[in-house]
Design a protein around this ligand. Structure first.
Ligand SMILES: *[C@@H]1O[C@H](CO)[C@@H](O)[C@H](O)[C@H]1NC(C)=O
Ligand SMILES: *[C@@H]1O[C@H](CO)[C@@H](O)[C@H](O)[C@H]1NC(C)=O
Ligand SMILES: *[C@@H]1O[C@H](CO)[C@@H](O)[C@H](O)[C@H]1NC(C)=O
Ligand SMILES: *[C@@H]1O[C@H](CO)[C@@H](O)[C@H](O)[C@H]1NC(C)=O
Length: 330
């Protein structure tokens, strides 16, 4: 029998479960829809769909009327809006986590084994005729070929919003703290066990690495000064594993939280900016709290930077750089 779930009968994020040999049931829990295939909207869903403005409308409102936003920013409405945005965003992600690449049904393992990347929807069942269920080719195309056919740009096309390379690197730098696929365990697994904005890409994803990056005075991270400016230390001063193009001498290898940042100058640039910020915040904290230990200064600075980096990301998102279809940071 062909698994009926391979046809993806359940709509609106309903989840298909096999019943008997030839039939299925859709779990429409919290989709806002009901019916055999989760296609019938509940009353509130119907209302919501009717009055919901388009993404373009949101974009327009958020990127115009600066005077209005300035007024709102100074009233209680600001806190209300921020709480609302946070709640709506947080609700997009199921918590506790649900599925992952190995579990297409709710399980203790998928909940408790944080080495898995979690998934909002279950993976395609193993016994389907094609990798996408029943549609598409039997074999997915080679990623290299795919990238060249679909993604490679033949000529320069400027971004209509005026976004530049700084932004692309900001986004990439930011996501490398939680999108850290484990080469050893496989594609379904992450090495970023914080699963969120923990700044593991500045401080390392484990305590041992963090300690090698820290100076242990005044809460600061190790650094070196080149031409009067602060840069990350070399791997000679902070002996952590870094990935660099082969042949790069050790005294030219900078040591930061994320081992991959040696491969792209734009990522190392942002690592440098955040290193400077961490040490700057430590100076400010130390002035106000001369009695604090190195540990308290470090830990407090880290929390402040987590707040700053989230805030910066929110600001970019609000400015419309992350459009619909982009990622949601929670
Ligand atoms: C549900 O989906 C299946 C498969 O697409 C279809 O054959 C069936 O008619 C649908 N049932 C209802 C009630 O919509
Ligand atoms: C909103 O107000 C806060 C102070 O309450 C200020 O720090 C911030 O810069 C303001 N944001 C904007 C976008 O004006
Ligand atoms: C998580 O699952 C993987 C794959 O089954 C396994 O190798 C690993 O040991 C598990 N981790 C824990 C903490 O149980
Ligand atoms: C550690 O801190 C001390 C005191 O501020 C400083 O002199 C030294 O250069 C720092 N070392 C590194 C590797 O950052």
């Amino acid at each position: 029998y062909l698994n009926p779930c391979c046809y993806y009968p359940c709509q609106n994020k309903g989840v298909c479960m096999r019943v008997g040999r030839e039939s299925y049931e859709c779990d429409c829990t919290r989709t806002g829809y009901f019916g055999i295939n989760c296609t019938l909207p509940e009353f509130w869903t119907r209302l919501h769909v009717m009055i919901k403005p388009s993404p373009a409308f949101y974009h327009f409102i958020l990127t115009h009327f600066k005077w209005l936003w300035n007024i709102l920013n100074n009233t209680f409405v600001r806190d209300m809006l921020m709480r609302l945005v946070l709640r709506v965003r947080a609700n997009l992600i199921p918590s506790p986590p649900t599925y992952n690449s190995a579990y297409g049904y709710i399980s203790w393992e998928a909940y408790s084994n944080v080495s898995y990347f979690t998934r909002v929807l279950p993976p395609v069942p193993d016994d389907c005729p094609t990798p996408m269920g029943t549609s598409g080719k039997k074999q997915l195309p080679d990623p290299q070929l795919f990238a060249e056919r679909f993604l490679r740009r033949q000529q320069f096309v400027g971004d209509p919003r005026g976004t530049n390379l700084m932004f692309a690197f900001f986004a990439q730098h930011f996501t490398h703290q939680f999108l850290k696929t484990s080469g050893k365990m496989g594609h379904g697994f992450t090495k970023a066990l914080g699963h969120g904005v923990d700044l593991g890409h500045l401080y390392g994803d484990n305590l041992e690495r963090q300690h090698k990056l820290r100076n242990f005075t005044d809460g600061k991270l190790k650094y070196q000064v080149v031409d009067g400016e602060m840069y990350p230390p070399t791997v000679l001063d902070a002996p952590v594993h870094m990935i660099y193009p082969p042949g790069t001498p050790k005294e030219k290898q900078l040591a930061v939280g994320q081992e991959m940042f040696g491969l792209l100058p734009g990522l190392m640039m942002y690592a440098t900016i955040w290193l400077r910020e961490h040490n700057r915040v430590c100076d400010v904290l130390k002035q106000d709290h001369p009695t604090w230990s190195d540990e308290q200064l470090f830990q407090t600075a880290r929390l402040i930077l987590i707040g700053e980096s989230s805030g910066r990301t929110w600001a970019l998102e609000k400015a419309g750089h992350w459009g619909a279809g982009g990622c949601h940071w929670v």
